[in-house]
Design a protein around this ligand. Structure first.
Ligand SMILES: NC(=O)CCC(=O)C(=O)O
Length: 262
């Protein structure tokens, strides 16, 4: 299955959902009015608010309802699948860092809350971790979503692969100081799982961090098909998920692995 994927590596206005929603609507319009629009659009982590964690109780989306109605409408209007990055979702039991994916019919095909909270960025003080993971279908492609710091937990990602995922979507807000880790981890996850990694980071800075950009699309052989620099960017790339089975039969790690000794 061939799909064209578009990553929107955007700057984010700190703590201002209204400004960020406007930016996303404008960027999506720009992307979808092209002669050859993509099949899938991907946004970064916590793009409505940035890391304004102290004010999340005021600016998080109650039950994710605003995000759901916004993207149900945009997905249908533009006939495009959307990995809506993640947003802070306010629930009765806390605020989660939650990714939504929508198909072009405007249906939510997955909701995933970040399972690993990064203490280095104080997430554990303000957010509640998720603990479930369901791969989802976009066209005929089994896909899974993770969020930023989750990238450092290969055993969590392997669960989605064993459940059939061939494409991993990873929205992020990864700071520039650890750019080398970001690039190596994205490439490693693609090679060890023989899958596509579609990693959409943000650009710009907030009061605490400068962010790395370098959104990437990596194929199941570990080759980088596209990579942004640190500035705001839109990158568009074609993937062919038939490559996943081809690479998995060339080096059959899923036959050779020995879970009984691990
Ligand atoms: N937003 C994040 O989860 C950042 C992760 C990160 O900076 C790291 O793992 O390093």
């Amino acid at each position: 299955m061939k799909q064209t994927i578009c990553l929107i590596q955007m700057d984010i206005t700190f703590g201002d959902p209204e400004a960020n929603v406007k930016r996303v609507k404008d960027l999506m319009h720009q992307v979808m009015k092209q002669l050859h629009p993509p099949h899938v659009i991907v946004l970064p982590e916590l793009w409505t608010t940035g890391y304004d964690l102290k004010r999340l109780h005021e600016i998080a989306d109650p039950e994710g309802e605003h995000t759901q109605s916004l993207f149900a409408e945009l997905a249908k209007k533009y006939q495009v699948h959307i990995i809506a990055g993640s947003i802070p979702k306010k629930t009765k039991t806390g605020i989660t860092n939650t990714l939504y994916a929508f198909n072009r019919e405007g249906e939510v095909v997955t909701e995933y809350s970040k399972a690993h909270l990064i203490q280095l960025m104080d997430e554990h003080l303000y957010l509640t971790a998720g603990s479930s993971l369901e791969p989802f279908m976009l066209d005929e492609v089994v896909s899974a979503g993770f969020i930023c710091y989750d990238l450092r937990f290969p055993e969590w990602i392997r669960k989605a692969i064993l459940a059939g995922a061939e494409v991993l979507y990873i929205p992020a807000q990864w700071p520039i100081q650890r750019l080398a880790h970001w690039r190596s981890l994205c490439i490693a996850r693609a090679i060890e799982n023989q899958c596509y990694v579609i990693a959409c980071n943000r650009a710009g800075s907030d009061p605490n961090n400068q962010f790395a950009g370098h959104s990437m699309v990596i194929d199941p052989w570990g080759e980088i098909l596209a990579e942004a620099d640190e500035r705001p960017a839109i990158i568009q790339v074609k993937i062919d998920t038939d490559q996943v089975q081809k690479i998995r039969s060339t080096i059959p790690i899923f036959i050779d692995r020995r879970p009984e000794i691990y």
